[in-house]
Design a protein around this ligand. Structure first.
Ligand SMILES: NC(=O)c1ccc[n+]([C@@H]2O[C@H](COP(=O)([O-])OP(=O)(O)OC[C@H]3O[C@@H](n4cnc5c(N)ncnc54)[C@H](OP(=O)(O)O)[C@@H]3O)[C@@H](O)[C@H]2O)c1
Length: 332
């Protein structure tokens, strides 16, 4: 299993965080904050005074992450949310509505899995596409009224998606968003299928950002334009992600090449969190916005990147995601 010998040092993150204003009075909900960039964002928002809702699937990792934050005096709560199950996501949304009557100021759809085998979830979708995109689409729709409550009360709210440098390569294909789990390229030699499925799911994160922005503008009354649709990508980052790919059977030559190449150039998990932190916390951000390192396959500061609009892909994404999640109207 590829791993780095010692935790990497945060080069850029501390100075950036020092520029951020207080988040007191705000609520930030984050998926996938047992480790990695999500945990860094949760700690940062908590340190800035926000209430943090940790949307994690139940596990000892989720318990430890919650204990670590509350032990530092952060106002954090765990809401169980397994992104491999639409029923779990719907239940988490109900819990959020009970726990966050004052609204949700930031929903960061951060969680992700990478390079998993060609497996169907219980709902029939590709495990990577459902975890990385479809469930986040459903969650965002289900808690929309909470974002509106926050925007009305405090001037704006944000949805922040987490994409990847791996989003590049091929346009979005409907098959990856449909109930074809287990039949999307397989795991045979040379093993490209899992990386194509990951590429499609991470492209979906970015296209969702643009499609959401446009749908807000078209369908919602003017006040809700204050809900911003944003995206980030971290650049290669030494988090728990690579180890999980290897543990899930990612041991082919191609897998080892991709994972080791990522770790060779990887930055610290804090610096990898720069993009989602900027999109979640920095004042004066415009929608839609995409933040991350500008180099290919490199880390670095989270810059505002040129738009990567694809009207056909965005329309396809929206239509297929509605069908897959059974959402008849995205804005309830
Ligand atoms: N690290 C990189 O080089 C890199 C590069 C590009 C993009 N990214 C993206 O960055 C994001 C964060 O990843 P990371 O690098 O910080 O990796 P990480 O440390 O492995 O964090 C991923 C998080 O997602 C959660 N998660 C996975 N499946 C879930 C499910 N079914 N339900 C709920 N939570 C689930 C994990 O929780 P568990 O503990 O329950 O597994 C974990 O908290 C991902 O979207 C990833 O695609 C990372």
């Amino acid at each position: 299993m590829p791993s780095s010998p010692a935790p990497r040092t945060a080069v850029l993150y501390p100075a950036f965080v020092a520029t951020l204003p207080s988040m007191a009075g705000k609520t930030v909900a984050i998926t996938g904050c047992t480790s990695g960039t999500g945990l860094v964002l949760a700690r940062t928002c908590g340190d800035l005074g926000a209430r943090v809702v940790m949307l994690n699937r139940p596990s000892p990792r989720a318990d430890s992450a919650l204990a670590a934050l509350t032990g530092q005096g952060i106002d954090a709560v765990h809401v169980p949310c397994d992104l491999q199950s639409f029923a779990s996501v719907r239940a988490a949304a109900m819990r959020l509505k009970e726990a966050c009557a004052g609204g949700v100021d930031v929903l960061c759809n951060n969680a992700g899995v990478m390079g998993l085998p060609d497996l169907a979830t219980g709902d029939g979708y590709d495990v990577q596409m459902q975890s990385n995109h479809l469930s986040h689409f459903l969650l965002t729709s289900q808690i929309w009224p909470l974002l509106e409550t926050a925007a009305d009360a405090r001037g704006e709210a944000r949805v922040v998606n987490h994409s990847s440098g791996a989003r590049r390569g091929r346009p979005l294909e409907a098959a990856y968003l449909q109930a074809n789990g287990g039949h999307l390229g397989g795991d045979g030699f040379p093993g490209l299928g899992k990386w194509r499925r990951y590429q499609q799911s991470k492209l979906a994160n970015l296209l969702f950002t643009y499609a959401l922005h446009d749908n807000i503008a078209e369908q919602r009354p003017a006040p809700t334009l204050t809900i911003k649709s944003l995206c980030a990508h971290p650049g290669p980052t030494d988090s728990g992600l690579q180890a999980k790919t290897a543990d899930a059977g990612g041991t082919r030559l191609l897998d080892r090449y991709i994972l080791q190449r990522t770790l060779r150039t990887a930055q610290s998990v804090e610096d990898g969190a720069l993009g989602i932190t900027r999109a979640s916390c920095q004042p004066g951000i415009s929608s839609p916005g995409f933040y991350g390192p500008s180099g290919k396959g490199q880390g670095g500061p989270a810059e505002l990147l040129p738009p990567e609009r694809d009207p056909h892909g965005e329309a396809l994404l929206w239509e297929e995601s509605l069908k897959a999640t059974g959402v008849t109207s995205f804005f309830p």
